[in-house]
Write a protein that binds this ligand. Structure first.
Ligand code: AMP
Ligand code: MG
Length: 297
């Protein structure tokens, strides 16, 4: 387990204002890993990841049995920041029956004909389960803010600052509603640098087995890098709340990203008052009877 004080470095407090350019996309800021030097860094991160994968499997069972909470994990990032790989590794030990992953792509006509939160509401995790959103309703204040022509048909009105503020407000209210109904929310922004993204795109172009991951639209979005950083910054500042905190995770080193995300998920679940359901006397009596019946066979 990574010490809490290090984990806290990555959480955005609601009263703080985030400037993304002050956040290290590598690993230097990650005090926990500093002492290990670049040579041993991967080893150390792998140990942390493996420990957490094992712990997560256990605590997930408890979450399921307890049946009062659900956990919603939101992943947002630029292309090639490692969302898919992180989900794959971190959830690798978890019982598939207690976990759901939804990847949100461009909305359908039916989606666009509803309020912007509609399609996400339908995919929320049931009580006792972990739900992962690979992209989320945040796209509606990110890609849609960078490309306002994507916005659905809405009553006439200005699409300025007030409009986007009203969307942040809706998101905060939605998340608060979920929190009050037993959903614990974790939001991860995987913070990759423009330089590392180029490197990863190049790998996708150079290795035939990675070609399928490359999309020309990724390159088009890269051209809007600065606009994206601005809309991410605005969204994180407007929607970092006590009930649904953002974590800004350095993403230039995949091992660090995975270890940190796994640790934050596991420690969040561990800090809940989860317990296996206790049977009352009546129910215990029934079990004793059942035992007697079996023994008498
Ligand atoms: P990927 O996750 O790389 O497969 O790409 C999914 C694409 O869908 C990305 O380009 C997203 O920006 C886009 N997308 C996801 N949600 C929305 C949304 N609500 N509105 C418009 N585009 C979206
Ligand atoms: Mg993509």
């Amino acid at each position: 387990m990574i010490k809490k004080k290090y984990i806290d470095l990555f959480r955005v407090e609601s009263e703080n204002k985030v400037h993304l350019k002050n956040y290290d996309t590598g690993w230097a800021q990650t005090e926990e890993f500093k002492d290990f030097g670049k040579g041993k860094l991967k080893e150390r991160a792998q140990i942390v990841l493996e420990q957490n994968i094992a712990d997560l499997a256990q605590v997930q069972q408890l979450l399921y049995a307890d049946d009062r909470y659900s956990l919603l994990i939101v992943f947002q990032a630029m292309d090639a920041a490692g969302k898919d790989g992180t989900i794959k590794h971190v959830m690798s030990g978890v019982n598939p029956q207690g976990c759901q992953v939804f990847s949100f792509k461009k909305p359908s006509i039916e989606d666009l004909d509803h309020n912007f939160l509609w399609r996400y509401m339908k995919s929320l995790p049931e009580r006792g389960r972990i739900g992962i959103f690979n992209r989320s309703y945040y796209e509606d204040v990110l890609v849609v803010k960078v490309h306002p022509e994507l916005l659905q048909n809405l009553p006439d009105g200005k699409r300025g600052k007030k409009f986007w503020e009203s969307r942040y407000e809706d998101i905060n209210a939605f998340e608060h509603h979920l929190k009050r109904n037993g959903t614990v929310i974790l939001k991860f922004f995987l913070n990759v640098s423009k330089k590392e993204q180029k490197q990863r795109f190049m790998e996708r172009l150079e290795h035939p087995e990675k070609n399928w991951k490359f999309s020309c639209s990724d390159l088009a979005e890269r051209e809007h890098w600065d606009d994206y950083m601005k809309v991410y910054e605005d969204a994180i500042n407007a929607t970092s709340t006590k009930w649904a905190p953002w974590y800004i995770i350095p993403a230039d080193n995949k091992w660090i990203t995975r270890a940190l995300v796994a640790d934050i998920i596991t420690s969040t679940l561990r800090n809940l008052d989860l317990e296996f359901p206790k049977l009352n006397e009546e129910q215990l009596k029934i079990l004793a009877e059942a035992r007697k019946t079996l023994e008498a066979e």
